[in-house]
Structure formats: C-alpha cells, structure tokens
Design a protein around this ligand. Structure first.
Ligand SMILES: Cc1ncc(C[n+]2csc(CCOP(=O)(O)OP(=O)(O)O)c2C)c(N)n1
Ligand SMILES: [Mg+2]
Length: 547
C-alpha cells in the first residue's frame, strides 16, 4: 500500500496509544476539524479502525461528541488543533459542564521545544480551559499518555459528569513509544446503607401526596423498575432533562416535563405534595431552585453528595445511586394515598397540554400545530433535538419521549447552535434511528454547515426549521416590555436551498398536511434533509414565565 513507504507509517506512536485507549473505553468515534499537529492521531484512527469525522467547526465537533454520550451513555471524543482550534471548544465545554454531560476534548500543541518562543497558532489554553472543564492537563511524555487518559476518564465521570481537557504536543503525540496496557473503566455505584434504606422506605410508605422527580443520573445509571415503582406507589412523576423518557412519557402517571417554567401543573404539585422523591438530580433552575416547594418532606437521592441539599435542604438526603433507591422501594405502596389529588393533577396536566394545541389563524401556523404535525409523522423510535428559542420551548413541552437517550437539548447553558451538530452526532451514535431536529430561523444559522458533514458521512437526519421571521425569544418579551422590536427581524432565507447546496435535500411546508408529507419524504430520502416551516411567533409558556 502506498502509505507504507512513508517515514511515520508502520511505527507505533503516541497517537496509537491514544486511539487504543479510547477504543478500550468504548469510544465509537473521534470528531475533529483537521489539524497538522494531530496527524499521528488521525493515522492511528485508520490503523486501529476508529471512526474519524472531520466537521466544519470545532464547536460542532464537540457537540457531536457530546451527543454520542447523550444518546448512548458512552462519550464521543473531540480532537482539535492548537490555539484557535482549542479556543473554539470553550462554548461546548461550557454546555457540557452546565448540563452535566461527559466530554473529552483532546488538544494539539506546538512541539514542546518551542514553548515560550511564540510558535504559530500556539497559545496556552490551560488557564482558559480550567475555567470551564473539571480537569485540564498537558502530557509531556509519550509513555504517560495512557495514564493521563485514564485520569481524564475518571475525572470526567466522577460525581456529576462533565468535560475534561487533555493537551498533547505534537512531539509527544508523534513520538515512537510502546503500546499501553489498555484502559478500562467501570462507573462505581454507591450502595444504600441500611439506615438510609429504612428511612427511605418509611417516608415513601407514609406519603399521602407523593411526587416523584426523575433526574439526570437515571440516564447514566438506569433503573429498569422505575415504572413499576411509580405504579405501585400510585405517584405522579415528572422527567427532567437527561431523564426525559426514562419512563415512557405516555404513562398515565406522567405529569409532564420536570420544567417548572413550562408546567403549571408541576408548580401546583410541588406546592401541595407531602413527599417529594428527588432522584438523581438537584433543585436546579428547572425546578425553580425548590422555591415553590410547599410543606413536603424532601427525600433526595444522588450519588454526588455535592448535589444533596443544593438550593433547598432535604429532610432525607442520601448519597447513593437512585437506581439502588428505586430497588429498595420496589413493592412499597403509599397506603394512605390521596387518589383524588393524584387524579386531579394528572387531569390538570392533560387540560394544560390540550390548551396549548395551536390553531391555524391568520399569519401562519401556530408553533404547536407545526410541532405536532412533525411528531405525528416521525416514527416512535425517533431521537429528537430541540434548542433554546421560543419555538423550541413549544417543542420541548409537546414532546413525549418513549425511551431514554432520545431527547437532546443543550440544557442549562441554553446555547443556540448545538441543534444541527447534536442531530448529526446522534445519528453517528445510533446509525439506525431516525433523528428529527427542531430549530429556529436564528439557531439554524450557527452550524448549518454541518449538513455537509452529515452528507459526507451519509448520516441522514431531518432538520425542521420553525421560521417565525425573527429572534422570537428575544423579540416577543422585548415588545412586551418596550413596546417595540429593535432589529429583531430575520428575513426569510431559503434554508431548504442551503441544505441542498450542502449535499442534503430541502423541503418547504406550510400546512399540517404538507408538514406530514415533507417529513415522511425527508425520512424516506435517506439524506440529510431540511424542512422549512413558516410559523407565527407565539410566546411560549416558558418565555412568558421567565420574562
Ligand atoms: C449562544 C447563544 N447566543 C444567544 C442566545 C440568546 N437567545 C436565546 S433565544 C434567541 C432567539 C432565537 O431565535 P430563533 O432561533 O429564531 O428561535 P425563536 O426564538 O425565534 O423561536 C437568542 C438569540 C442563546 N441562547 N445562545
Ligand atoms: Mg425565530
């Protein structure tokens, strides 16, 4: 073969150590934007058969890597070049930190002998990266690469997961070295002490008005019996962030997304419950920091002790795996359950959701009508992505996920721009799953270029642009507060045409029927597809609440 006669071919280098270690850790792909100092890594991907994806922006590479973790539980990895390449990863690292998702960013660097001499593109990223990641380090000996990857992996998963950064200068990555011993990692599960078990069972059994809040950790460490537990208890439950879908959200006890700003029924439940079972999460922004909690006894279970009592003290705070807690209360019934309260809440959520159903008044479709039409045309196993614009908040409230790992949303950081890369990344993680992305006419502009990446790698997905002709989430509250919109309009661009120019296929759809047809045709096309849907700008419950 042609490459075999070249000086660096057929030699075992630092890059080979990296790739073999990653493969041992279950990593399925490396996302990058090509950079010279990491050529040894790229070559190693070919040698050891690890998928390598060159995207159009380092931020997109990171979002795709993070999307792999959000869909499968196993992180992808982003490898980027020095200086501006690393600088472009700061945004997604922040998203991953604030969302509590694992992400390993590998950074290239100039040869170590040039340090402090002003080598081209070279910049010391460690101080800046330390501001956003859990751990950042530089490895200077090829024989210590594997050790550093093992540390990175442990740091990334410890407590609440998050991003880590490892820099490897080109002379280290391209240095001949010996194969490592292989890195393996199994996430530890924190068991339940006997006394905690007793308190937990006692509190749950005594509940008259129990409410179960299912959070992030149940995605990383699932509990197969979660549905059985809520059924036996007769307790209403909400699903938060990464836990969306850990119980099928078509379940009759589902009280909607665990998102206080978008769920008035949840606000009432928090105020009236006598027992709150907060599993694998903390009282964060989505739960109103716990401020709306009424007289309830709070029972909080999370592996990371740092989350216990955060923002709101818990009467019973247990540092253990929520899955262990669910195992402990399996079969426990709430003897004095206030059924009328439970039924009333569930009915209220049903009415709240039904009242959202949009009309087709003058000026175009209501965003809810558009979202519902898309969802109706998407197969049950679809992975959905939404973002942080006004129309995305409608989508967030409308979606009912049937299983975990099927809902990606930037989360606490609220970063526009993650949408298209998340969709492409999900398609790498789950090559057979249909992927549908909701994004606004503002958000699409960030990373629409990743249509090219999806096309080059044959990763079909459907991106639905909900086009209200403006930066809606900013414009609508601005109008309410100031009586006008200042430079908020976005002229209607032909995003379907952009998708076609980038190797995809484009559709326009303006009615419910046209949306259904376009989504089905997009799915059947087997190509990256964009469906552009004009919608009215209607303030979502979320934006109304926070404005
Ligand atoms: C990285 C980033 N920059 C800016 C914002 C602020 N922001 C929130 S929503 C929004 C408007 C989004 O417009 P569009 O994507 O069209 O969605 P719409 O609100 O119109 O539905 C902006 C600019 C953000 N969330 N993230
Ligand atoms: Mg918009």
């Amino acid at each position: 073969m042609e490459h075999e006669n070249h000086p660096m071919a057929n030699r075992y280098l630092g890059g080979d150590v990296v790739v073999e270690a990653l493969a041992g850790l279950g990593v399925g792909a490396v996302f990058s934007v090509s950079g010279g100092p990491i050529n040894a890594l790229y070559n190693a991907c070919a040698v050891h058969d690890l998928a390598l994806v060159h995207t159009r922006h380092e931020a997109a590479a990171c979002f795709m890597a993070e999307a792999m973790a959000r869909t499968t539980g196993i992180p992808g990895v982003a490898a980027v070049t020095l200086g501006p390449g690393v600088a472009n990863t700061i945004g997604p690292a922040l998203v991953s930190a604030m969302a509590g998702t694992p992400l390993l960013i590998l950074g290239g660097q100039a040869p170590s002998r040039t340090f402090e001499r002003g080598a081209g593109m070279s910049w010391d990223p460690l101080p800046a990266m330390r501001g956003v990641v859990k751990w950042a380090a530089r490895v200077l000996q090829p024989e210590r690469i594997e050790e550093h990857l093992a540390i990175a992996w442990r740091k990334m998963w410890s407590g609440r997961p998050g991003p880590v950064f490892l820099e490897i200068p080109v002379d280290v990555l391209a240095a001949p070295t010996e194969p490592g011993r292989g890195v393996r990692y199994t996430r530890p599960t924190a068991g339940l002490a006997a006394a905690d078990r007793e308190r937990l069972v006692g509190a749950v059994a005594a509940a008259r008005r129990p409410l179960v809040l299912l959070g992030d950790e149940l995605f990383w460490a699932p509990a197969a019996n979660a549905a059985a537990v809520v059924e036996r208890l007769g307790a209403p439950f909400v699903t938060l962030r990464l836990a969306r879908g850990v119980i099928d959200e078509h379940h009759p006890l589902w009280l909607g997304p665990g998102y206080v700003p978008a769920n008035a029924s949840l606000r009432r439940a928090l105020a009236e419950a006598d027992t709150l079972l907060l599993l694998g999460h903390h009282f964060e922004f989505d739960l109103g920091f716990g401020d709306g909690v009424g007289p309830a006894t709070i029972v909080q279970v999370a592996s990371d002790p740092e989350l216990l009592g955060k923002n709101r003290a818990a009467e019973i705070a247990i540092a253990a795996s929520p899955a262990e807690a669910l195992a402990a209360i399996e079969g426990v019934a709430a003897a004095g359950l206030d059924r009328a309260w439970v039924d009333g809440l569930i009915a209220e959520w049903g009415r709240e959701r039904a009242a959202q159903a949009g009309d087709d008044a003058e000026g175009g479709l209501h965003p809810v009508a558009a979202v519902d039409a898309v969802v109706a045309a998407a197969p049950a196993e679809t992975v959905f992505v939404t973002s942080h614009g006004n129309v995305d908040f409608w989508a967030d409230a409308r979606l009912r996920l049937r299983a975990p790992g099927r809902y990606l949303r930037a989360g606490q950081a609220g970063a526009l721009g993650a949408e298209v890369p998340y969709g492409v990344g999900a398609r790498f993680a789950r090559p057979d799953a249909p992927v549908v992305v909701f994004v606004g006419d503002g958000g699409i502009g960030y990373h629409v270029a990743e249509f090219d990446t999806a096309a080059r790698h044959d990763r079909p997905l459907v991106v639905v642009v909900l086009d209200d002709g403006k930066w809606g989430a900013i414009a609508l509250p601005q109008r309410a507060a100031f009586g006008r919109e200042v430079a908020m309009a976005l002229p209607r661009r032909d995003w379907a045409l952009v998708a076609e120019a980038l190797g995809g296929v484009g559709f326009h759809a303006a009615t419910r029927a046209e949306i259904g047809e376009a989504v089905r045709a997009a799915l059947a096309s087997g190509r990256p597809a964009l469906v552009q849907v004009p919608v009215r700008a209607v303030l979502s419950p979320y934006m109304a609440y926070i404005s």
